[in-house]
Design a binder for this molecule. Structure first.
Ligand SMILES: *[C@@H]1O[C@H](CO)[C@@H](O)[C@H](O)[C@H]1NC(C)=O
Ligand SMILES: *[C@@H]1O[C@H](CO)[C@@H](O)[C@H](O)[C@H]1NC(C)=O
Ligand SMILES: *[C@@H]1O[C@H](CO)[C@@H](O)[C@H](O)[C@H]1NC(C)=O
Ligand SMILES: *[C@@H]1O[C@H](CO)[C@@H](O)[C@H](O)[C@H]1NC(C)=O
Ligand SMILES: *[C@@H]1O[C@H](CO)[C@@H](O)[C@H](O)[C@H]1NC(C)=O
Ligand SMILES: *[C@@H]1O[C@H](CO)[C@@H](O)[C@H](O)[C@H]1NC(C)=O
Ligand SMILES: *[C@@H]1O[C@H](CO)[C@@H](O)[C@H](O)[C@H]1NC(C)=O
Length: 383
């Protein structure tokens, strides 16, 4: 301790040196050493009150000149903290309040750590951040709009907290964002149309934020690199925008239980453009109030493994062209108004292992061709 204090005090003294080169040399060492000491002081002052400090951070010695040997800290050759990576330790302390002390921070990962309090708007000072993962904590309050200033951000992982308020529209400025996971919080309001500016976005999850509402924004179709879109268990309403058909890389589209009141009538025919998302593997539109008949275009989804349309108001018959979706493993159509016969062509889906169609108006008999689906578990009641 005393060494550290004397040293920082010395550095704070105004000094006057006339020799040009000597001044330059001194300045460069002053900059790196003071910063390192700030980082030691800031890390220690933030974490030392944690009940896990003595057990999990025993090598965090506040008299060290820098934190290069500290556990869970990555320190660059240029003498700055570049990564804080603390996972599955019960910290039970608030989010760090002193982020301006870490000018070179690239990754801030504090997850499953019972971090309390709110995300500090000071996070904007760490403008080199590429990943912020504070998932599975006890964070409350808003997502600060200042995160929009982090232009290098590629991952913002905030799931499983108690965050409230809207998704800040400023996030649209994080044009390098690929991974935005906000699920299982208490966020509310509309999805900002600015999401459409994130052309690199691959994963976007907001499921389980039951107060997120408003229409499915057309702008989601601008995120052309989308691979996973999870909007389930929200109050997002209205049909899926046709623009989603532009998402040729989409693999998972999960929009279950989003229109619980059923006030806005949804016609599943309006989802026919999804048939253009050639790489789709999972399509879950269950527990909404879709009516209309299953779009024939779904038969074009040759990588589709799961089609989950359970618990809607879908009518018409099962299109025989569904047999062209030859990767199907699970086809769940139960609790709808589907009528007619089960098409014999479904027997071509030899990998199918769950076919559920109970609680519909299907008639006739189970086609013998289904015997070719050797692992099939059938859950069908015919009238
Ligand atoms: C921030 O860190 C500095 C040392 O870098 C320390 O003096 C100050 O008390 C800290 N402030 C807070 C609010 O923790
Ligand atoms: C999380 O930390 C807070 C504050 O220290 C504490 O009151 C709470 O009991 C902790 N929660 C859990 C699940 O450990
Ligand atoms: C849904 O499709 C019907 C025709 O099938 C069309 O009249 C209606 O405008 C569409 N609704 C939306 C929201 O696209
Ligand atoms: C399936 O795709 C083909 C070509 O990719 C297209 O011509 C056809 O219209 C599609 N079928 C449906 C029902 O959308
Ligand atoms: C179900 O769809 C039918 C038309 O197929 C419509 O008449 C009925 O109102 C719908 N029921 C609900 C609960 O939406
Ligand atoms: C179904 O798939 C077969 C084989 O890939 C193809 O020849 C046929 O045109 C497809 N049918 C439709 C209606 O897309
Ligand atoms: C099962 O598939 C084989 C060829 O894959 C076909 O010859 C046979 O007719 C099919 N059986 C039924 C019952 O469809």
């Amino acid at each position: 301790m005393p060494i550290l204090y004397n040293f920082t005090k010395m550095l704070r003294q105004p000094f006057t040196i006339y020799h040009h080169f000597l001044l330059l040399n001194l300045l460069s060492s002053v900059v790196s050493v003071t910063t390192a000491n700030n980082e030691v002081a800031a890390l220690y002052s933030w974490l030392h009150t944690s009940p896990s400090f003595s057990s999990s951070f025993s090598n965090w010695n506040p008299s060290d000149a820098n934190p290069c040997s500290w556990s869970r800290i990555i320190y660059s050759r240029k003498n700055f903290v570049t990564e804080i990576n603390i996972q599955s330790v019960a910290l039970n302390i608030p989010f760090p309040s002193n982020l301006s002390s870490f000018p070179s921070l690239k990754k801030l990962i504090i997850s499953d750590a019972n971090l309390t309090g709110s995300i500090s708007p000071d996070i904007r000072y760490c403008n080199g951040l590429t990943v912020v993962d504070v998932s599975s904590n006890s964070l409350v309050g808003n997502t600060p709009y200042s995160i929009g200033q982090l232009r290098n951000l590629e991952g913002l992982i905030l799931y499983s907290n108690q965050l409230t308020g809207q998704i800040p529209k400023e996030l649209g400025n994080c044009i390098n964002l690929k991974d935005l996971r906000l699920q299982a919080n208490k966020l509310s309001g509309n999805l900002p149309v600015e999401l459409g500016k994130m052309s690199k976005l691959e994963t976007f999850h907001v499921r389980g934020n039951v107060d997120i509402e408003g229409k499915n924004p057309d702008e989601l179709g601008e995120c052309r690199n989308s691979k996973a879109l999870g909007l389930g268990d929200t109050k997002i309403s209205g049909s899926l925008p046709a623009s989603l058909g532009k998402l040729s890389k989409l693999q998972t589209l999960s929009v279950y239980n989003t229109n619980p009141s059923g006030e806005i009538p949804l016609d599943i025919v309006n989802c026919s453009k999804i048939g253009n998302c050639k790489n789709l593997k999972v399509l879950d539109l269950s527990s909404n109030s879709f009516s209309g008949s299953i779009p024939r275009s779904f038969g074009n989804l040759s990588y589709l493994q799961e089609l989950i349309l359970s618990n809607n108001n879908i009518s018409g018959s099962i299109p025989s062209i569904m047999s062209n979706a030859s990767s199907l493993l699970r086809l769940l159509l139960d609790t709808n108004q589907i009528s007619g016969k089960i098409p014999a062509e479904l027997g071509l889906l030899t990998q199918l292992y769950v076919f559920s169609a109970k609680q519909n108006k299907l008639e006739g008999s189970i086609p013998s061709t289904l015997a070719n689906c050797s692992n099939l578990r059938l859950d069908v009641i015919l009238s």
